[in-house]
Write a protein that binds this ligand. Structure first.
Ligand SMILES: Nc1ncnc2c1ncn2[C@@H]1O[C@H](COP(=O)(O)OS(=O)(=O)O)[C@@H](OP(=O)(O)O)[C@H]1O
Length: 284
């Protein structure tokens, strides 16, 4: 049985592009500015959303889309309307600064913001009542699935998402070193657009300054990449790689959002089965 069959049929999307089409498009897209890439995506990709944790890259994309939206409104003598809605997965373990930034940025750019949380949980307490404390230490793969992967897939399904914009860049290294501007997820057909894939950190910083884009105040306190508070540390060293402050001391560089969905889901299901087996074998 192939991975496709493991995916609910109503969650599967038709493949819009073949590998050859993707290669052709990527060759073209690599020659365009992020603004041109986004303009192309807005008119060409149905069901387009921006997924963001309000990192610097995502904020630049938000700023550019806002500019495109204003230009479009002006050309059409219409009321400006932000053209790409946002999806933010609230893991319930974000820093207060990140949650505050999410609301500030969405309201400054007048962008529709869809917030998704772990299923049946409003607060950290709700989550810990069901899954216990420090799940990221006892079973980090199930933690990633529950706080990031499942909520984002629920968002895609409920909102009718068929293409997402992400803030990943090659210069963030690790598994991102070879990402393409346009990718198609195997099995689900979900399109992932990485419009700033080719930008380096100095270029990102320069854009943020020049355009007065709001950003996470933690970045002025030595943090370079901000995720959940329990797995994010400041690095205070300009020469260190951008994402070194994430999951320090662990053999891990991604939260699961950009990993193989089927593997993540299969690992989660297997972990649940193991727990049930342990509980039932301990039952007298
Ligand atoms: N919580 C949440 N909600 C929605 N989207 C998210 C989330 N976390 C990561 N992302 C998407 O992944 C991009 C890279 O994020 P990170 O570098 O922080 O890495 S990681 O995904 O957390 O491993 C990130 O880029 P930015 O938009 O720059 O934040 C998003 O496109």
């Amino acid at each position: 049985m192939g991975p496709n069959e493991d995916y609910d049929s109503d969650e599967r999307l038709p493949n819009l592009f073949t590998e050859k089409h993707l290669d052709y498009l990527n060759e073209k897209l690599a020659k365009l500015s992020p603004k041109k890439i986004l303009e192309w995506a807005i008119v060409s990709l149905p069901g387009l959303y921006q997924t963001t944790a309000f990192g610097l890259t995502g904020l630049i994309i938000l700023d550019i889309i806002s500019k495109i939206s204003y230009e479009y409104a002006e050309e059409n003598e219409a009321t400006p309307q932000h053209l790409v809605p946002l999806i933010f997965v609230d893991t319930l373990y974000h820093f207060d600064e990140t949650l505050d930034l999410a609301n500030r940025a969405a309201s400054r750019y007048n962008a529709p913001l869809h917030i998704y949380k772990p299923v049946n949980c409003e607060t950290t307490q709700d989550f810990e009542q069901i899954y216990g404390k420090n799940l990221w230490e006892t079973d980090d793969s199930s933690y990633d699935y529950l706080v990031k992967v499942e909520p984002s897939r629920r968002a895609y399904k409920e909102l009718g998402v068929s293409a997402i914009i992400t803030g990943r860049r090659r210069s963030q290294k690790g598994e991102r070193e070879n990402i393409k501007i346009l990718e198609m997820e195997t099995g689900t057909g979900l399109l992932k657009l990485n419009p700033l894939a080719l930008w380096d950190f100095p270029r990102v910083k320069a854009y943020i300054r020049a355009n007065e884009v709001p950003y996470n105040p933690l970045l002025d306190k030595g943090y370079r990449s901000v995720g959940d508070w329990h797995s994010t540390k400041p690095i205070n060293n300009d020469t260190t790689s951008e994402r070194d402050g994430r999951w320090q001391g662990q053999n891990k560089t991604e939260c699961g959002l950009h990993k193989d969905y089927f593997k993540m889901r299969a690992a989660f299901v297997a972990a649940q089965k193991r727990k049930v087996t342990v509980i039932s074998s301990n039952t007298p």
